[in-house]
Design a protein around this ligand. Structure first.
Ligand code: PXL
Length: 451
């Protein structure tokens, strides 16, 4: 069953916070997001230059029309801006029995008011009591209790004061506390059982980021909607936001924006690479006469993520592809980091041609090399030209050699060398993906069989 969320929040034209952050987070966590917009902000990574409040009648229509047809499992509330919006939200949500995650957004990261000072009291009276959980940061908690918070004890006292305003649970996020240099403390207090949960995180060395609060509250809402309890959702949302914070993106000249989609991209890219390589290996196992191309040191077949940094970004065959007579066998296991040599070849080649992400090493015989030269752009390196001190470093020679060959011809699809003392000559075929490699292998086999 598809889980649905409703977010009532402001639009951030820079795409980092508000409605835009909520849609990304809900979608990344598999939740369908409906959106009812309170204000439009004209903003970039440096400033909010204008705020347009959606006319109350239209705001009311958005909320009523959306809810009339699509019943959310959870509601997240962000920017409410003024009394007119607060009144409508109260009147419509109060009779409903849908859990509400309330992110009490008061000002933008760049210091512009997103809740009028004159509306804070009515916000406290009408909206906080509707909420299942409220998630202020330290500055927001200070405004809500009307007092400064400067110690852990005072955070807990503030949390109880906020609970007394009528929420069932409160999470105060310490991310903005200048006194906690080493660790950042987030505290959850549950009204039902008085449990206090403290969560310490290392302070990440990131100046300032935009969107973290929205990503936290909408991920918390997502986990609650999936059925996790408040404490578990608190931990899961914390992990989720941490991943985004470790991948802050610089999209403008101002503050960085957290990226709530990193994990989604990473997992789907890895999955695609993994399954494509696995299918490719299966095809090679069945490919007639492929055994003729397998060298004495055996074959590896690899496929890389985009922009590989090291061999852990490149999937390969564990234990290599081998021959038994005229049959080809592989251990049926494909893993990231499984090949040091061929993966290093791809990493090097990628620096010259970003379309190269897959490779295979094959036997270098006179005949096979002749076929390669006749059909593909080839480039060569000589192992004997490499400095002796590099030769002992695992996987280094091949990086050096491919770089050397690509310098000579960056269009190379095939790189080869003629061996060295005790080192078998080798051919490496490059391609965009495993299937392109297989097409090249098929050409070589068909020509081998011709004469
Ligand atoms: O991060 C708080 C926030 C929420 N919603 C909107 C915002 C901001 C911060 O700038 O612009 C629309």
């Amino acid at each position: 069953m598809l889980i649905k969320a409703l977010t009532i929040a402001g639009s951030d034209s820079s795409g980092g916070a508000g409605i835009q952050a909520d849609i990304k987070t809900f979608s990344a966590l598999g939740i369908y997001a409906t959106t009812v917009i309170t204000v439009l902000t004209a903003q970039n990574t440096k400033t909010v230059s204008d705020v347009f409040v959606i006319p109350p009648e239209f705001f009311k229509n958005q909320l009523l029309t959306t809810l009339e047809d699509i019943k959310p499992d959870i509601i997240k509330i962000g920017v409410l801006y003024d009394d007119s919006i607060i009144g409508i939200v109260y009147d419509i949500l109060n009779p409903l029995k849908i859990p509400i995650v309330l992110d009490p957004v008061l000002i933008s990261g760049t210091g512009i008011k997103l809740l009028r000072d004159s509306s804070i009291d009515v916000f406290k009276k009408k909206i906080i009591p509707l909420s299942f959980v409220i998630t202020p940061n330290l500055a927001e908690a200070e405004t809500l209790i009307g007092d400064k918070i400067s110690s852990e004890k005072e955070i807990i006292e503030a949390a109880y004061k906020i609970l007394n305003l009528g929420s069932n649970n409160v999470i105060i996020k310490g991310g903005h506390d200048p006194n906690q240099n080493q660790k950042v403390l987030d505290i959850l207090i549950e009204k039902e059982n008085n449990n206090i949960t403290k969560l310490y995180n290392d302070r990440l060395k990131i100046a300032e980021t935009h969107g973290t609060g929205c990503n936290f509250s909408s991920s918390l809402a997502s986990f609650l909607a999936k059925g996790y309890g408040i404490k578990e959702s608190f931990f899961l949302a914390n992990d989720y936001v941490k991943e985004g914070l470790m991948n802050v993106i610089k999209i403008g000249d101002g503050i960085g924006v957290t990226n709530p989609l990193v994990n989604l991209y990473a997992n789907s890219a890895m999955y695609k690479v993994f399954t494509s390589l696995y299918k490719g290996v299966k095809v090679l196992e069945e490919l007639k006469d492929f055994y003729l191309l397998i060298p004495e040191t055996k074959t590896n077949f690899v496929y890389s993520l985009e922009n590989p940094k090291n061999m852990m970004d490149v999937a390969g065959v564990v234990g290599r592809i081998t021959t038994i007579g005229t049959k080809v066998r592989s251990p049926n296991i494909v893993e990231f980091g499984a090949s040091s040599h061929v993966s290093n070849a791809v990493i090097s080649a990628y620096q010259y041609n970003h379309l190269i992400r897959s490779a295979i090493n094959i036997r270098n015989s006179k005949k096979i090399l002749g076929i390669c030269k006749a059909n593909f752009v080839c480039s060569e390196y000589s192992r004997s030209e490499e400095k002796p001190e590099n030769k002992d470093r695992e996987g280094f020679t091949i990086s050096w050699g491919v770089k050397n060959a690509m310098e000579k011809s960056s269009k190379a699809e095939v790189v080869f060398h003629h061996g060295d003392h005790g080192k078998e000559p080798m051919i490496i075929i490059f391609g965009k993906n495993p299937f392109e490699i297989i097409d090249k292998v098929k050409i070589i086999i068909s020509k081998l069989n011709c004469n």
